[in-house]
Design a protein around this ligand. Structure first.
Ligand code: URA
Length: 245
């Protein structure tokens, strides 16, 4: 994918986009050994870029943050032939052998990280490193204080695990439609965890959306679209550990 040089520099935290334009105009940037002073110059991930003689770190892997729509499978293929998240990728990203870091259900929307970097996947999915995921839940019924307390202290799911939300807050109780809006933060990722937890306290989920993954949110990413993570975001994910405020 081709991107404007000043954008690539800014993504690498060289300086703000505006300042990067100045740096280019000052003749301090080389692309494949040639000084570039043209602001519109487009570069790709295979180009060698230097600023003041220092090489820019090249990203070897691909990291994608998708805003998954409902009605899409988040695995590589589906035996029922349903559409998968891979169908939403550009051809070059389809060829990059990406896979999702954790899954979202067919009917769940929201943030899904995809990469071909096994080390990052391991880092983010190892139970030793706590990564918080925030879900916006619409559930059936007017959720009780007792149920919220149970979600905070721990509920049994799947017959073997007791899991809890590290943060649970009610956003709204809608009396006329008998629905409740709740935000729950999880640090583990058991199969159907949110749905199981809410079912277990008697308030089944009718709509589920993942609105945050660690420090990443869906700002600027429309449903069904995605963006590439910036170098500093990848670095931050490698050192990420959830801390309860
Ligand atoms: N919990 C669920 O129940 N479903 C998801 O897709 C994600 C978390």
């Amino acid at each position: 994918m081709l991107e404007r040089l000043q954008k690539v520099l800014a993504n690498h935290q060289i300086a703000s986009r505006r300042k990067c334009e100045t740096i280019i105009l000052e003749g301090r940037v080389k692309v494949n050994g040639q000084v570039i002073t043209e602001l519109g110059t487009k570069v790709s991930s295979t180009d060698d870029i230097e600023v003041d003689g220092k090489k820019l770190f090249k990203q070897e892997y691909t990291y994608i943050l998708m805003n998954k729509p409902r009605g899409i499978i988040s695995s590589v293929s589906d035996e029922k032939g349903r559409k998968t998240v891979f169908d939403l990728l550009l051809k070059e990203d389809q060829e990059a052998r990406l896979y999702p870091v954790g899954r979202l259900d067919y009917d769940t929307a929201g943030l899904l990280l995809m990469t071909n970097d096994g080390a990052l996947t391991q880092r983010l999915t190892h139970p030793k490193h706590l990564v918080d995921k925030v879900y916006r839940v619409v559930c059936q019924g007017i959720i009780s204080r007792e149920a919220i307390k149970q979600l905070r202290t721990g509920v049994p799911i799947g017959g073997k695990h007791v899991v809890k939300g590290v943060q649970v807050r009610v956003l709204e109780r809608r009396i006329p439609t008998k629905t409740s809006y709740v935000e729950i933060t999880l640090v583990d990722g058991k199969y159907h965890q949110v749905k199981e937890m809410f079912a277990s306290v008697g308030f089944p989920v009718s709509k589920l959306t993942r609105i945050r993954y660690a420090f990443l949110d869906s700002e600027g990413i429309q449903r069904g679209l995605y963006r590439y993570l910036k170098v500093h975001e990848v670095k931050k994910l490698f050192g990420y550990q959830f801390k309860l405020k």
